[in-house]
Design a protein around this ligand. Structure first.
Ligand SMILES: *Cc1c(COP(=O)(O)O)cnc(C)c1O
Length: 339
């Protein structure tokens, strides 16, 4: 049961998102795996420029940018960042310029990786960009770019990588409340929520939101990059900051659940389990995942089902965070895995 309601009207916000996004059963995938009943929350259908989880964060981040009278959004991400693409689109929607700093984070890709998929859409939305080699502190790089832009007379608003600060995480606190409301009005309940976790704002926002409204739904983050301890600490830190903004009760690190068994060789490198998850979800449900995030998240869900993590009568909700645009930057590898 929900004990409290958060009034999100207290925060600056711009409407960018189709919401509520649907919750749908995955009947064929559930049957194929022979495990618990699997459902999917379609945050790939948030509507902004092919959709995805960054839309909800950007509602609050762009709200703050407009309040600060910025004339430009500045952010950073990996070359095939979905966050960068959605930020570029949001900037167009509200009439701001957009400048992005792209990290060559994924090794061994060919030249087309920097032209297709999300990079192609960044250009369509008129974002200007500059590249960096892998391994730098990218938020510091983007903040230095903001300083330079300010000296040139611009008014940039800086959005950290993935939109993951307490402002962006409000988008997923609001999604937590949306899920609780959908369950109440639809007479549904879930025992687990499973999702891919990267820059942490999505998981932190969900956990903070459920905690603030007193709703008991454990959130299992499947890491796409960092080892368990680092990801738990990062998610916990941002959950606390978000709870401070929401005025909710503090939460222990033991409530931050992360499985790091599906990262494979690293960020942006699909593991065999990632490719299998993409294939199964396409062929069983007609739903597109992505090779960097939701494919790894779903690989985690599939692995947990096969490993007996869930009880047979449990109901498990997978959060589809979007990202299918990046499929086009991995076409050869994905087709080779399809059989
Ligand atoms: C950014 C992203 C995630 C991870 O969300 P974080 O808030 O960065 O943890 C998951 N899926 C997709 C498709 C993303 O683009």
């Amino acid at each position: 049961m929900t004990q409290a309601t958060i009034d999100f009207a207290q925060f600056p916000r711009v409407a960018l998102c189709h919401q509520p996004t649907p919750i749908e059963p995955m009947k064929r995938l559930s049957g194929h795996l022979g495990g618990p009943s699997l459902f999917i929350k379609r945050d790939d259908c948030t509507g902004l420029a092919t959709g995805g989880n960054k839309t909800r964060k950007l509602e609050f981040l762009v709200g703050e940018a407009l309040k600060a009278k910025a004339d430009m959004l500045v952010t950073q991400g990996a070359v095939q960042s979905n966050h960068v693409r959605q930020t570029a689109a949001a900037a167009c929607h509200v009439g701001l310029k957009c400048h992005v700093v792209l990290e060559r984070r994924v090794p061994g890709r060919d030249a087309s990786y920097e032209e297709t998929g999300n990079v192609f859409l960044d250009k369509m939305f008129g974002a200007t960009s500059e590249f960096r080699p892998a391994g730098l502190d990218m938020n510091a790089q983007a903040e230095a770019v903001c300083d330079k832009l300010r000296a040139e007379g611009h008014s940039p608003y800086f959005i950290p990588g993935g939109g993951s600060n307490a402002t962006g995480a409000l988008g997923y606190a609001s999604c937590a409340q949306e899920i609780a409301q959908q369950c109440a009005s639809g007479g549904m309940s879930f025992d687990w929520l499973v999702m891919g976790t990267g820059s942490t704002g999505t998981q932190a926002g969900l956990v903070a939101g459920f905690q603030a409204i007193g709703y008991d739904l454990p959130v299992m983050g499947v890491s796409v990059r960092q080892p368990h301890e680092r990801q738990v600490a990062a998610v916990h830190g941002l959950t606390q900051k978000t709870l401070d903004v929401l005025g909710g009760p503090a939460i222990g690190a033991d409530k931050i659940l992360v499985d790091d068994g599906y990262v494979g060789e690293g960020y942006g490198i699909p593991a065999d389990t990632t490719l299998e998850a993409i294939r199964l979800t396409a062929r069983q449900e007609g739903i597109l995942l992505d090779p960097v995030y939701s494919g790894k998240g779903m690989a985690g869900l599939i692995g947990m089902v096969r490993g007996g993590f869930f009880k047979p009568d449990e109901r498990v909700l997978f959060l589809h965070t979007g990202g299918s645009t990046a499929l086009f930057a991995y076409e050869d590898q994905i087709l080779a895995s399809m059989g």
